[in-house]
Design a binder for this molecule. Structure first.
Ligand code: ADP
Ligand code: ASP
Ligand code: MG
Length: 451
């Protein structure tokens, strides 16, 4: 039986016509029949900027920004020498974008629902271009069709951070799987990041969500492999932008890679590996700029499991401390606090407790949610601190290896550590430091444990 491969290309792999052609040639080499693409490089940020502009600035500036986006995509279309139908499709999506933006401009507000409709235009533009590009690279004996991800990737209605409804996606994707299995010359190009509710409203999976889409689709079509093509040669021991000495990890377990993604390694969206692991689909991460360079294989088991695999950093962390004298020897206090977190859909990364206080790190964005803060104030006296980085040492047997704490603190040198969290996971030891010390902390720990 045909073993299906899903390939995902991120924004930089869709940056311009040269990148698109390079990405199309990777698809050809690997015969990856289902392709999931992100918006072209910088487009989602531009759309976000556009949404900000549409609240209150002059329509002329809004109009100029839309023209910039349109010109960028029409230029790629022209450079790829695509047929006039593609120009027409690009213009249609841009017209829809104009209408949506006009609506927000006149209403002077942007709802999460409208935001997702607007975001979706980015991936729809890039996938339109990439379908044309791939068809021309593969030639006429191949069928390269455009698939609107929203007809398959069904989600709940949490706009901007929607959750996939797996059984619905599986049922709907059966037709894609069958067509791909029955015809090795059939390719489909679809969008990452976007989905739809059962009622038909466009949703998104959260920023960076295209990796997650690829994994969801791979599970739904029962793929044998997922390839994530990006701008670096694979998962490195830390972000290569911070440490030039970072080394590519050639093999890593699902658990370690998931821990790295959750604790800040931007190379993978945090939930990417959930469907892949559930369906036992190995994931390859490689560079679309240098596809022959050996990348990273993520799989269930690896022969080599070092004590420290990598160092990650998550910025913009807030620290909330709740103190209540009644907490001493009382039951259920933490349960009540977590009910508040659950009802506001806020997740905690690191937590420590003392006799009468509990301290938790959260993404700083949640600190502007007034009703969340008000509900926490009902639990006791609260203290809020901002601008921290959570730096994590990710590896194996972290909580049972003698001497590791000593080595970590030697590596940290004079850096002040606001909070430490370790013990819950065999894979992780976190330290919370001032954000302006974040990069130095990563460099110091990388030097201590890796090189
Ligand atoms: P894409 O547009 O392809 O989705 P992203 O920008 O989302 O790409 O992710 C790739 C980036 O992730 C790299 O350029 C790199 O700076 C960053 N990154 C962070 N941590 C790591 C890591 N541990 N290994 C490799 N890249 C990392
Ligand atoms: N285009 C979306 C973003 O920039 C999704 C993605 O690239 O994964 O967040
Ligand atoms: Mg990404």
């Amino acid at each position: 039986m045909q073993s299906l491969k899903v390939a995902k290309f991120g924004g930089s792999s869709m940056g311009d016509h040269v990148s698109m052609l390079r990405s199309a040639n990777i698809v050809k080499t690997h015969s990856s029949q289902l392709i999931v693409v992100s918006a072209t490089y910088g487009t989602t940020n531009l759309l976000e900027h556009l949404m900000e502009l549409s609240k209150g600035s002059s329509y002329e500036i809004v109009d100029q920004t839309i023209s910039k986006l349109k010109d960028k995509h029409l230029e790629i279309c022209n450079q790829l020498d695509l047929e006039p139908i593609y120009v027409e499709k690009i213009n249609q999506i841009i017209t829809e974008l104009c209408t949506l933006i006009k609506g927000t401009f006149y209403l002077n507000e942007i709802t999460p629902r409208a935001k997702d409709r607007i975001y979706s235009t980015g991936e729809r533009l890039s996938s339109t271009l990439f379908q044309g590009c791939l068809q021309s690279v593969l030639g006429n004996q191949f069928d390269v069709d455009y698939v609107d991800a929203r007809d398959f990737l069904i989600t709940d209605a949490q706009f901007n951070k929607a959750k996939p409804i797996i059984n619905e996606i599986e049922q709907r994707s059966a037709i894609i799987r069958d067509k791909l299995i029955n015809n090795p010359n059939q390719y489909f190009v679809t969008q990452g990041f976007i989905g739809k509710t059962i009622e038909g409203e466009t949703t998104t999976l959260g920023r960076g969500g295209s990796d997650y889409s690829a994994s969801i689709f791979a599970e739904a079509i029962n793929a044998a492999e997922i390839q994530i093509w990006t701008d670096v040669a694979g998962i490195a021991t830390t972000d290569p932008r911070i440490c030039t000495t970072a080394k590519i990890i050639h093999e890593i377990t699902f658990k370690e890679a998931a821990e790295m993604a959750i604790f800040g390694a931007k190379i993978l969206h945090p939930t990417t590996l959930v469907p892949a692991r559930r369906a036992s689909i190995p994931v390859y991460v490689g560079s679309s700029f240098d596809s022959d360079a050996p990348g990273t294989w993520i799989k269930e088991n690896c022969d080599y499991k070092p004590l420290v695999r990598g160092i990650t950093k998550k910025d913009d962390q807030g620290l909330i401390t709740i103190s209540n004298p009644h907490m001493a020897h009382a039951h259920g206090f933490l349960a009540k606090i977590f009910e508040v977190f659950q009802s506001h859909d806020v997740s905690v990364d690191a937590i420590t407790t003392s006799e009468i206080s509990v301290a938790m790190t959260i993404d700083m964005i949640h600190l502007s949610n007034q009703s969340f803060i008000k509900n926490l104030e009902e639990m006791g006296k609260i203290r809020i601190e901002r601008d921290y980085s959570l730096v994590s040492i990710i590896g194996n047997k972290i909580n049972t290896t003698p001497g590791i704490a000593n080595k970590i603190f030697n590596g940290l040198g004079a850096t002040n550590v606001r909070m430490i969290c370790q013990g819950a996971s065999v894979h992780n030891f976190c330290v919370l430091v001032d954000q302006n010390q974040g990069e130095t902390t990563v460099k110091n720990l990388h030097q201590t444990f890796i090189q």
